[in-house]
Design a protein around this ligand. Structure first.
Ligand code: CA2
Length: 202
């Protein structure tokens, strides 16, 4: 099923749905919310709005190491927007686009690999800010290939205008595209880009 086109991104009120439709959808995020307490990976939840209106496209937004500190340190590099604020912006954007979105963050490379494995068959696309693992992790690159899910590499900063070691990305080899340098706005830009990508290839 295609994403709602731009002209139809404001879906009908949830009350307009046949009641059974929402009732029959499994609560796929329940297990992820339980995992939050493992202190390995943070799944703060997902927008159920699109589920309520019967849309099926679902994106995972996965953030890597130190991004849980966003907005608290180095604002001159990464801005003042916190990760929960970014996730709220993305949830709003998902509503407007008529899609589902789930969020995860981990400082642990293996937990991120696990999150990518778990995305297969659950989500339609992944938006990944792998943080510093972008520049080092063959394991994450392999995990992206294993999901067979379109993945957008995302960075808040323009990594190519920074130190030489940030210019190389293992994630890029497995990504359908890259967005960097637009700060927090990059996340919603990536959602729009992924939705268009999925619509074009569905
Ligand atoms: O620009 C990005 O989004 C990065 O992925 C951020 C990574 C960096 O290693 C990549 O080269 C580019 C670092 C994230 C660190 O986040 C912090 C947030 C607040 C305070 C300190 C670090």
């Amino acid at each position: 099923m295609k994403c709602a086109p731009l002209s139809r991104r404001l879906p009908p009120l949830p009350g307009a749905l046949p009641k059974n439709d929402a009732d029959q959808k499994p609560k796929r995020h329940t297990k992820r919310l339980q995992n939050r307490h493992l202190n390995e990976i943070w799944f703060p939840g997902q927008s159920d709005y699109a589920n309520d209106v019967g849309m099926t496209k679902s994106l995972l937004i996965l953030n890597g190491p130190n991004l849980n500190l966003l907005g608290t340190r180095q604002p001159e590099v990464y801005g003042t927007t916190t990760l929960p604020m970014i996730e709220a912006l993305c949830a709003d954007h998902a509503k407007a686009m008529g899609i589902k979105v789930a969020f995860a963050q981990s400082n642990i490379e293996g937990a991120m690999v696990d999150a990518l494995h778990a995305a297969r068959g659950v989500h339609d696309g992944v938006i990944l800010n792998a943080g510093a693992y972008t520049h080092t992790s063959i394991a994450l690159m392999d995990a992206i290939f294993s999901t067979e899910l379109p993945t957008i590499e995302l960075h808040l900063s323009n990594v190519h205008a920074r130190e030489e070691f940030r210019h190389h990305s293992y994630i890029a080899k497995a990504a359908v595209g890259i967005i960097c340098g637009f700060g927090a706005a990059g996340y919603t830009l990536a959602m729009t880009a992924m939705c268009d990508y999925l619509g074009a290839s569905a």
